[in-house]
Design a protein around this ligand. Structure first.
Ligand code: SAH
Length: 389
């Protein structure tokens, strides 16, 4: 079957070089509408200019995601193997252990595909109809490059429904999803099949190390701790007291188990963060270091205002339980709140406390989460660290 071509009328392309082409930028005629979602297509200007090879979904606002600059590029095992090879080389330059996000979608030239590596176990997350069609060659390419013992397909992100995809979690190879991983010299346990997202958040690696760097002898509250990413490393770095606070009992159980494996102590508290912060404030309890790394408060654009308010409130309540001379980290993993708005909300919340705060670090994810330069919004993680008087 020959490859179909999507035509871009002259002057309609908003961001030349961007891997995304929106539905209003293409000629959406009957022929285009008839192309099956996820099909590989060539993209050309009406003057014949090549925009490249991509995959198409007539039902999606992002109609085409480009995979290669040239038309008629073969999208096969060798294509994926080459892209994975490039991604591996970048990680190899930064990490001496095989634990990292191996493929970060557009940032690695593979829109709609996220792969996390835990040594010989990998998790694959597919977000688009176009990538779902390539699943078999992706698995074959992983096999060719890494020969993983286990490949887990974590295809249960709610956003898949927008692409008309079903939700499922299964192993494409091997079994056993309970693993140990190493990050910043700390050993963590993770459950890759049942845990949230792909089971582990590599994106906070550098921020965890930053906090650990000031944790010695300090009391630490790790709010929204999940399996203890921040808290455990702080405990290893010599914190005198670490409280991990989360609403998920299985996540806290893993944090406690990881603490035992590292020979350190932490206290796990299962509670709602807002309620617990209010309670701690009323009891006059404070911590030298407070981390607040919540789930996304702005899930979609329409949630911006209530979500922004929630970040403001979180910054205020977290500052209220931060001791004099303490350190506060507030993070957001919402794609849908721009960094400057997030910073403004945190600042507003801190101002309400009457405390003097200075921003000492503004960071995102590490180099295993590369961002396409024309898609700054895909740099979803924002972590602001304040020193409070
Ligand atoms: N800081 C973690 C990642 C946090 S993910 C790390 O470094 O790995 C967000 C966490 O918030 C999840 O573990 C989820 O269980 C928890 N959570 C969501 N809503 C919550 C609430 N209202 N109160 C407490 N925890 C909550």
């Amino acid at each position: 079957m020959s490859r179909k071509t999507i035509i871009l009328p002259k002057g309609r392309r908003a961001r030349i070089g961007s891997p995304w082409i929106f539905s209003n930028e293409i000629r959406m005629d009957e022929a285009a509408k008839a192309i099956a979602p996820g099909s590989i297509v060539n993209v050309r200007g009406e003057d014949g200019r090549e925009f490249g090879t991509g995959y198409f979904n007539p039902k999606s606002l992002i109609a085409v995601r480009l995979l290669a600059d040239a038309c008629d590029t073969a999208i096969d095992r060798d294509f994926f193997s080459a892209r994975i090879g490039r991604a591996l080389a970048l990680r190899g330059a930064f990490y001496d252990k095989p634990f990292y996000r191996l493929v970060h979608a557009e940032g690695d030239g593979l829109p709609g595909l996220v792969i996390d590596r835990f040594d010989d176990v990998v998790t694959v997350q597919i977000g688009t109809a176009g990538m779902e069609k390539q699943l078999d060659v992706i698995v074959a390419a992983l096999e060719a490059r890494l020969k993983p013992k286990t490949i887990i397909l974590r295809n249960d992100a709610p956003s898949r429904t927008l692409e008309g995809l079903e939700s499922y979690v299964r192993a494409a190879k091997g079994e056993g999803a309970r693993i140990a991983l190493e990050e910043n010299g700390c050993r963590y346990l993770a459950d890759l099949a049942q845990g949230q997202k792909t089971g582990w958040y590599y994106d906070q690696r550098d921020n965890r190390a930053f906090i650990a760097g000031v944790a010695k002898g300090k009391s630490v509250l790790d709010a929204y701790s999940y399996t203890g990413g921040f808290g455990l490393l702080a405990a290893k770095a010599g914190a005198k007291e670490v409280v991990c606070l989360d609403s998920s009992a299985p996540a806290l159980a893993l944090a406690e188990e990881s603490a035992r494996a590292n020979g350190v102590k932490l206290q796990a508290v299962k509670a709602d963060v807002f309620e617990e912060l209010e309670r701690l404030k009323a009891a006059g309890e404070t911590f030298d270091i407070v981390i607040a790394d919540p789930p996304p408060f702005v899930k979609s654009k329409k949630d911006l205002e209530p979500g922004a308010k929630a970040y403001r409130k979180l910054a205020r309540l977290a500052a209220d339980v931060t001791a004099e001379g303490g350190i506060l980290l507030v993070a957001s993993c919402s794609h849908n709140i721009p960094p400057e708005r997030f910073a403004a909300e945190c600042a507003a919340g801190l101002t309400r406390t009457g405390r003097t705060a200075t921003l000492i670090r503004s960071a995102g994810a590490g180099p295993d989460h590369p961002v396409h330069p024309l898609l700054p919004e895909s740099a979803y993680l924002k972590a602001l660290v304040y020193a409070l008087d």
